[in-house]
Design a protein around this ligand. Structure first.
Ligand code: NAP
Length: 293
């Protein structure tokens, strides 16, 4: 069994980005600039946004954080999005999800200019990705393709099960794995809460991507020997013994599944750091105007 070290790969990507930023700036280009909008003070969102801002510092990007109270109106938030769309110094920006219930996430996402949508959530970017046109690819699935590439994991012709069909992880992941690319050419089964006899699918899978948000959902008896297991889940569970009072749990019962795997990602330190690396890669592409020339 080999552990897939997402933290290491993410840092390697960040080093490459930092070198490229130095060259860009030395040749008269402005510093790439990522902005983030954070609404409310959800602990998880605070942590993710802080990690993204820190990663910007690591690679030499400028970053801006716009904070809004949890009761901010949808109208005010949309105004901020339009403001960032029109700010020529900002190359790309994200609106950290989830948003409070009174705000329509789709409306917010669709208001972001596709050219600045470095999270890759806008329908134009999703559509372009499906059509093999240049696009920003959703950060988490993009990061997973980079992990598969980094570890030279053979995907062509393999049976792959993706569990979870969210718009930001499971669905785009299933499309990417089926594409005719180096990290694709899988035969993909997309499972969800209405899937019958999920175990019969996972037992037939060479690669399993777990993205459902139920801690330790995937057990050893659901996995065949030699499978590659990618754990996207990050659920906060209470852990009074830790400083923060919680621990991050993946969707995979790691201790019992890992011995059966050829490769497996840990939580934390697997997919999470790659999501950040992908966001930085997308922002660099935005700064270089490579996707929408
Ligand atoms: P989501 O929007 O909550 O969707 C969950 C998906 O799981 C749904 O499609 C749901 O099916 C499916 N599901 C729920 N229970 C199931 C069951 N018993 N059997 C099979 N499928 C089931 O999830 P998400 O936003 O993609 O997030 C999933 C997890 O990934 C969460 O833990 C989240 O925190 C984590 N995450 C991590 C990163 C990272 O960077 N590491 C990034 C994004 C998300 P239905 O569609 O039928 O309801």
């Amino acid at each position: 069994m080999q552990l897939i070290d997402g933290k290491k790969i993410s840092l390697e990507i960040q080093e490459q980005i930092a070198a490229e930023v130095k060259t860009l700036v030395a040749t008269g280009h402005k510093q790439p600039h990522l902005a983030a909008i954070l609404v409310g003070n959800d602990g998880g969102s605070e942590t993710y946004v802080a990690a993204k801002i820190k990663a910007c510092e690591n690679v030499g990007f400028k970053s801006t954080l716009l904070r809004f109270a949890a009761d901010t109106s949808e109208e005010k938030l949309l105004e901020a999005v339009v403001g960032l769309n029109n700010d020529s110094d900002v190359d790309g920006f994200i609106v950290q999800l989830p948003l409070p219930k009174h705000i329509n996430e789709h409306k917010v996402t669709e208001t972001i200019l596709p050219q600045k949508d470095v999270d890759g959530f806008h329908p134009v970017n999703l559509g372009r990705m499906v059509l093999n046109l240049p696009s920003y690819i959703s950060a988490t699935p993009y990061g997973i393709t980079k992990l598969l590439e980094a570890y030279n994991i053979e995907t062509g012709g393999k049976n792959c099960v993706v569990i979870g069909r969210s718009h930001i992880v499971g669905s785009p992941m299933s499309i990417l794995l089926a594409k005719n690319t180096k990290y694709g050419n899988c035969t993909v089964t997309l499972c969800h809460s209405k899937t019958k006899d999920l175990k019969s699918h996972t037992l037939n899978a060479d690669i399993i991507v777990c993205a459902l948000g139920i801690p330790e959902f995937l057990k050893a008896d659901m996995v065949k020997e030699g499978a590659v297991v990618i754990d996207v889940g990050t659920t906060r569970v209470a852990a009074p013994e830790t400083k923060s009072g919680f621990k991050l749990k993946g969707d995979v019962k790691f201790d019992e599944v890992a011995p059966k795997c050829s490769y497996i990602t840990p939580v934390p330190g697997g997919v999470g750091p790659m999501t950040i690396a992908s966001l930085l890669m997308n922002t660099l592409l935005a700064a270089k105007k490579e996707i929408y020339a």
